[in-house]
Design a protein around this ligand. Structure first.
Ligand code: KIV
Ligand code: ZN
Length: 385
């Protein structure tokens, strides 16, 4: 079975969403949770964009040992040098270089000719390769690019040293069939394509980011770029939890697996929602409050007879406790500790005592305390300390 690398960009493209602004300790907390989730690559920010981003990328690269940490860089020497300073002490330093290849972006945004874009891409990959062991190159707005030109750029940057080639659907414009055809075209028309891993990066403007990403996997992508809860520019990026669970549940179809620890999904989603303030809609696949709730009598009857009648994902798979014991103001410390353990947290007596006080205060105001409430209390306690 093929291994698909999960490249999480919650802290870069996700943090680019309107209204989201994580502080330094919040970014560190998200990075540590992404490491527990088992993502392969964390895109921690855009080092040249601000001092805050530089500091976050550097500290995440210096701290996280079980993921490769990367940062975004425009195709120029100054950005590359700043990124190197931020990433050089990481477990596996990797640079994410990009330049746009579509006629619209080249003409209006970059004001460059295709020849100049090609030369800039090659020069910057060669320059970066003197420092970085791994270079990913992204052809921004690839899905609105002229395919022969895209193929020419991809071939040239692989020759220059790029080993990961990302084909972003920057404006969420493509469709699953068309996107798959772009991957097939590149495989058939770029002679050195076998030297690189192909990557997918989809935005959700037409609501097809996850479907498009999975189509790319079907057509040869070995890396998927995504964000927790699908946050990101405009309508967001492909949602990591949907990709991870779809590849797991339908591995009969995709014949591919990830290294994700799926039981950390709910916890990661709750953390990101809490820190960013972006609420997860109740009907959101995998992580929504209603994703495992069965309301109609016919469905409840079916579930009681045999779960698989209406349940294709078990809540436990993604770390949602199946136990339906309700915690409230009458619950004791024992039940509270048990539920924390079910959620994956073994806490010290002192931590339990502190949290229990906060829990009782909340229970006085709210009839039922949900797992999300408990995780929020926990994260507040940990971040506050
Ligand atoms: O959407 C996009 O094209 C990007 C690139 C910088 C990879 O985020
Ligand atoms: Zn993007």
């Amino acid at each position: 079975m093929r291994k698909i690398n999960i490249f999480d960009t919650t802290l870069r493209d996700g943090e680019q969403s309107a209204g989201i602004n994580l502080n330094h300790s919040e970014k560190m907390e998200v990075a540590r949770q992404l490491e527990r989730l088992g993502v392969d690559i964390i895109e921690a920010g855009f080092p040249a964009s601000s001092k805050g981003d530089f500091r976050a990328v550097k500290e995440i690269a210096d701290t996280i040992r079980n993921c490769s940490v990367t940062g975004l860089s425009r195709s120029n020497m100054k950005d590359i040098d700043i990124s190197w300073e931020a990433l050089k002490d990481g477990a596996e330093p990797r640079l994410h270089l990009f330049i746009a290849t579509s006629p619209i972006h080249m003409q209006y945004k970059l004001k460059m000719t295709p020849e100049q874009v090609l030369q800039t891409a090659v020069d910057s990959v060669k320059y970066a390769a003197q420092k970085f062991p791994i270079i990913q190159f992204s052809a921004e707005d690839a899905t609105r690019s002229d395919l022969p030109f895209l193929a020419q750029v991809v071939k040239a940057v692989i020759d220059a040293g790029a080993t990961v080639i990302n084909i972003p659907d920057t404006v969420g414009y493509t469709t699953p069939k068309e996107y798959g055809q772009i991957f097939t075209y590149l495989k058939e028309n770029v002679p050195n394509i076998g030297k690189a891993i192909l990557s997918t990066h989809c935005h959700d403007d037409l609501g097809m980011a996850v479907a498009n990403s999975l189509s790319a996997v079907e057509h040869g992508a070995g890396q998927v770029e995504c964000t927790i809860n699908g946050i990101g520019e405009r309508a967001g990026n492909a949602a990591l939890e949907e990709i991870g669970v779809a590849l797991h549940i339908r591995n009969d179809f995709y014949q591919a697996k990830t290294g994700l620890n799926l039981q950390q999904i709910k916890k990661t989603s709750t953390l990101v929602s809490k820190l960013t303030g972006v609420i997860v809609p109740p009907n959101k696949a995998v992580i929504g409050k209603n994703a495992f709730a069965h309301e109609s009598g016919i469905h409840q009857d079916g579930i009681l007879k045999e779960k698989s009648t209406y349940e294709i994902i078990s809540p436990e798979l993604v770390g949602v406790a199946s136990n339906d014991m309700v915690l409230g103001k009458h619950s004791g410390r024992h039940a509270f500790r048990n539920r924390m353990e079910e959620l994956g947290y073994t806490l010290t007596t002192e931590e339990i005592n502190n949290l229990f006080v906060a829990f009782k205060e909340l229970a006085d105001k709210k009839k039922e305390i949900t797992d999300d409430d408990l995780l929020s209390l926990l994260f507040e306690e940990k971040l506050g300390s």
